[in-house]
Design a protein around this ligand. Sequence first.
Ligand SMILES: [Zn+2]
Length: 178
Amino acid sequence: MAFEELLEDPVIQKYLHELVGPKGMPVAAAPPDGEVTDEELAEELGLELNDVRRALFILYENDLASYRRLRDEDSGWLTYLWTFEYNKIPEQLEEEMHRLLDGIEQRREYELANEFYLCEVCGVRFEFGEAMEFGFECPDCGSSLDAMENTRLIDAMEARIDELRGELNVDNTELEAQ
Ligand SMILES: [Zn+2]
């Protein structure tokens, strides 16, 4: 897939934005074909060299850019030639979504397996065992701790889980059989 097409995808834009931040976004959003130096990018995009380098390094750490070094034989200076490797983005996004899905599923198990008590004054939630240890009184303000429903939270998680499974084409029945 061409870089331009990839970059029109709002999910991919968001992914890149989360990686490099607003200052790095001009770099991440304008991948040149072929090799480029950090100085060239800074000049072309009108950015601080440090911001360009920071963005390039984040992309490198996430396997979205690579570089090779050239030494100028006269001056001895090192030049870094960068190549953007955005062809890996779809695969990486999918891995990211799998991690997210696992996280939410674990959290859902935790919510289902526990009872919770709330101090409405402090807005702090306690597990049943903790609440019992404190004699169902808030350790900070002394208010009574009341049983708290988490059904809505669980519903919201389940909706997100369904959504992610849909996007990832994960078969629900297959997962539940595991
Ligand atoms: Zn309290």
